[in-house]
Design a protein around this ligand. Sequence first.
Ligand code: AMP
Ligand code: ZN
Length: 133
Amino acid sequence: MCVFCKIANGEIPAYKVYEDDDFLAFLDISQATIGHTLVIPKKHYENFFALEEEKAADLMRVVSKVSKKLKSALAFEAFNLLNNSGALAGQTVNHIHIHLLPRYENDGLRIEFSGKKLSEKEFKALLEKINSK
Ligand code: AMP
Ligand code: ZN
């Protein structure tokens, strides 16, 4: 059984900030910023792709609720939402989780996009590929 399933069923402890029948939010054991929280469905889903749309919507409702609770308790003005789906994206625990990352002045966290420029032709070809689905 995976580590987040064990947290969900109470086999191992966690610093819980929210719980209902289907979802759980708890402090990440390694606080990337103060208040770094993970939101999970209690049921095991490998990653974001494994979630049905309806369950994804339910998960985001909880993310919204928990982010507001954190914001009012910790009084931050900015935060990042992050999901790593797949090893290439940096997923290390294979039970879907959304990272809630409060942001503070000089918090040391870096999330960077080093964007690539595409030509108009490349954009059009890319769009055609995507929109053919
Ligand atoms: P990811 O790299 O997106 O799969 O993130 C996994 C996260 O789970 C990391 O930020 C870990 O610090 C966190 N983590 C792993 N084990 C535990 C645990 N037992 N309790 C709380 N957080 C954990
Ligand atoms: Zn699991």
